[in-house]
Design a protein around this ligand. Structure first.
Ligand code: ATP
Ligand code: NI
Length: 386
């Protein structure tokens, strides 16, 4: 890609320091978002999708903390650590201040839409007044114009009779309509990037479809980029241009959406796709993923997916693969963190297969806190091929 990405995330790590140990919720993820793209973050519950999203806005709360990596947005440093002369890690000197994040970035540059609109809407104020106040706070509009702008925005997101609905309270709106209000609010400051964290998960399929169509339409009109968080591969297929598949705090596969679906490179992505209802398969053919995702507090050694992976071999218990480019498609890398691919140059081929599936659940004991980086060989020592 020649153009600079809007957002670049490099080796981002976010951890929660709990009594039970360190939760490696986001454990070294890297991805980019280019202008006008809808980029998916997909994975099972607990994969780290929401923590990753909150990290991008620097909204992680104690006992959580971003402990490593770099987040760059339009060339500015949202987060960055660098080694000082004393050998310790320090925040970049040009890292945006909390004040700048609050006044300049959040809402204005990067907006967020959550799953539950009632968390973002105050039940005691009318929808219109909340939208108007938000516009007043964030945009420099002459008196009275914010109201009109709010009504226009409600119309824009497909709310019928916006003048009347302006005066109504959130509980008078259906779930889908409330989600439209949040989209209006997110769009109100014309941000360049919107992070949508499972915004349609609570809605029924028909309403979900309508919201997705709306977002598609608005995205084309305003050329806004999106990070779309979901556990649903069907939604990914509908809306995303490129996709990041997350498993236990890591991105295990990254590719343009068609490439991901038709030339899948990671067994976890395969499993997600097999468990998804599709028009070309009957319900009986659905194949739920075996086992449960282990805790981020004690990830398995080697490849974190190996205890559930149908392709796992002995080497997978030992080698912790980084997300490495295995192909290119549509001018973008197709990356996968799986040593069965030749570019890893591992002994996968010669290694003995593991009998997964038959063995059920093979989680490591909880005492193995932090075992992942301590005991595994990593593949990311030097030979990057990008
Ligand atoms: N406040 C917290 N304290 C401790 N651990 C946390 C906290 N918040 C999140 N985690 C842990 O971080 C990991 C990632 O959680 P996250 O909410 O990002 O998952 P997710 O992919 O968004 O899942 P879901 O689909 O359920 O929303 C999980 O192991 C979770 O238990
Ligand atoms: Ni989440």
């Amino acid at each position: 890609m020649s153009a600079e990405p809007l957002l670049r995330v490099e080796d981002l790590k976010t951890q929660f320091f709990t009594d039970a140990g360190t939760v490696r919720a986001v454990d070294g993820i890297s991805f980019e978002v280019y202008e006008g793209e809808i980029v998916g973050l997909v994975g099972e519950s607990g994969a780290g999708k929401s923590v990753a999203s909150m990290s991008l806005l620097r909204l992680v709360e104690s006992p959580g903390e971003i402990v490593g990596g770099e987040i760059t947005y339009k060339g500015e440093t949202i987060f960055g650590l660098e080694e000082g002369p004393d050998g310790e890690l320090h925040e970049h000197e040009n890292m945006l201040s909390n004040e700048e994040m609050r006044t300049r970035i959040r809402g204005n540059e990067i907006a967020v839409i959550f799953q539950d609109p009632m968390e973002s809407l105050n039940p005691v104020f009318t929808v219109g007044s909340q939208l108007r106040e938000f516009i007043e706070l964030n945009r420099d509009l002459p008196n009275g114009e914010a109201r009109q702008e709010a009504i226009d925005m409600l119309r824009e997101v497909g709310i019928p009779d916006p003048e009347e609905r302006y005066e109504e309270y959130p509980h008078q709106f259906s779930g889908g309509m409330r989600q439209r209000v949040l989209i209006a609010m997110a769009l109100a400051c014309e941000p360049s990037l919107i992070i949508a964290d499972e915004p349609t998960t609570a809605l029924d399929v028909t309403v979900e479809g309508q919201i997705i169509d709306l977002v598609d339409e608005l995205q084309q009109k305003y050329d806004t980029s999106f990070i779309w968080v979901t556990h649903d591969m069907g939604v990914v297929a509908e809306i995303c241009d490129r996709v990041n598949v997350m498993y236990l705090g890591e991105i295990v596969e990254q590719a343009p959406v068609d490439e991901l679906f038709y030339d899948t490179k990671h067994p976890y992505t395969d499993a997600l796709l097999d468990s998804m209802p599709r028009p070309d398969r009957t319900v009986e053919e659905l194949d739920p993923i075996t086992g449960v995702m282990p805790e981020a507090i004690s990830p398995p050694s080697g490849c974190r997916f190996h205890p559930r992976c149908p392709d796992a071999r002995e080497a997978c218990k030992r080698i912790h693969p980084e997300n490495r480019e295995v192909a290119r498609a549509e001018g973008h890398p197709h990356r996968a963190a799986c040593i069965k691919h030749d570019v890893f140059g591992s002994d996968y081929e010669e290694s003995a297969p593991l009998e997964n599936g038959a063995r059920g659940d093979q989680q490591l004991p909880a005492s193995a806190v932090d075992s992942a980086s301590g005991e595994s060989e990593r593949t990311d020592g030097g030979e990057h091929n990008e």
